[in-house]
Ligand binder design. Structure first.
Ligand SMILES: Cc1cc2nc3c(=O)[nH]c(=O)nc-3n(C[C@H](O)[C@H](O)[C@H](O)COP(=O)(O)OP(=O)(O)OC[C@H]3O[C@@H](n4cnc5c(N)ncnc54)[C@H](O)[C@@H]3O)c2cc1C
Length: 312
């Protein structure tokens, strides 16, 4: 049994399979697990460059998060973000947003403990059988954004038909570090109707170490404009952050990360696909685009694969 993709969906799926005694290999082309729950070491500490935080609604996911909380891996961060960019800041109360002191990637690494994960392992093709790059497998799960999965399967396969035609939005995440804090306390804020920014998060606040580091997410329009050279989005993004938060001085350092497939344009109302051909699909494209959705999708698909293997 092979799972392609070591983001939270693929790792959650593999956890279920492993727990049911199914031998499972997880393959990922990246050098680390986590996918879009990406934390990169910049200037001596992890900075979350992908997902900004996560929310918890599902009781089973709440149990997992409870374990992380007890172990000090995750912490409730804030239930009040701000709306920025207009006249003054307006509070935006909402569900509790959770963060990870060691970065969101560390949570996926924790879930992956004890699993057989092969990193630096790009998969090129999933064929009938199913096969993974020509090797037969009992079943294959593709846990990744639709356009990435569509590169691996035939467009006229059952999985291909599920994947075709869905658009995903890009984001450039720009991290910026200052010598000292120069902005009014802020967990994070949505920047609505702004030409450059969609969100600004205080990475020191969510991490809990108080580091003077902000991460801004651009609009999809700006990410498309700078697709070929995401570093060039840093100038407009930092200028916009300084204007919105009234920051006098320039940052000491910056870093840009391009996400071509940050989130799907539209939600689905099913949690996963499992075809009669043994090819399954999971991820945050199955439901609404959130970490919790990805975990639920991978978990539910894992259970369906276990049931299929036991039945047949
Ligand atoms: C900028 C940004 C902000 C976000 N903000 C939030 C937020 O605030 N709250 C929230 O809940 N969610 C947020 N999200 C969404 C959240 O990150 C995702 O819902 C979740 O991480 C998706 O997990 P996944 O396992 O489905 O996919 P991914 O994390 O994308 O994992 C897919 C994995 O598949 C691997 N892969 C792809 N192709 C291949 C191949 N051919 N061979 C081998 N491996 C392959 C990739 O390397 C990757 O590791 C945000 C995402 C981004 C990018």
């Amino acid at each position: 049994m092979v799972v392609v993709g070591a983001g939270i969906a693929g790792i959650a799926c593999a956890r279920v399979l492993h727990g049911a005694g199914v031998a499972v290999r997880v393959l990922d082309r990246a050098r680390a697990v986590g996918g879009r729950m990406a934390s990169k070491y910049l200037h001596g500490r992890p900075v979350d460059l992908g997902a900004a935080y996560f929310t918890v609604r599902d009781p089973e996911f709440a149990e997992v998060v409870g374990g992380w909380r007890t172990a000090g891996r995750a912490r409730p961060w804030t239930d009040e973000l701000a709306v920025l960019g207009g006249p003054g800041r307006r509070p935006a109360p909402g569900p509790m947003r959770w963060a990870a002191p060691a970065g969101l990637r560390s949570l996926v690494a924790d879930l992956a403990e004890g699993l057989d994960v092969e990193l630096d392992h790009p998969v090129a093709a999933v064929g009938p059988g199913p096969t993974v790059d020509g090797e037969p497998a009992d079943a294959v799960v593709l846990a990744m954004p639709d356009p990435q999965a569509l590169r691996l399967v035939a467009a006229d396969s059952a999985a291909g038909r599920e994947l075709v035609g869905r658009r995903w939005r890009p984001v450039v995440a720009v991290a910026a570090g200052w010598e000292r804090r120069q902005w009014a306390p802020l967990p994070a804020g949505f920047v609505n109707d702004h030409p450059v920014l969609s969100l600004i998060a205080d990475d020191g606040d969510r991490r809990g170490d108080g580091a003077p580091v902000l991460v801004a997410h651009t609009t999809a329009r700006v990410a498309r404009a700078y697709d070929a050279q995401p570093d060039r989005a840093v100038g407009p993004a930092v200028a916009a952050v300084r204007e919105v938060l009234d920051i006098a001085g320039p940052p000491a350092w910056t870093h840009a990360h391009r996400w071509r497939l940050a989130s799907p344009d539209a939600d689905r109302d099913t949690l996963f696909h499992l075809g009669a051909d043994g090819v399954g699909l999971a991820g945050d494209g199955w439901g609404s685009a959130r970490i919790e959705t990805a975990w639920r999708s991978g978990t539910a698909l894992g259970r369906a694969v276990v049931a299929r293997l036991r039945a047949g």
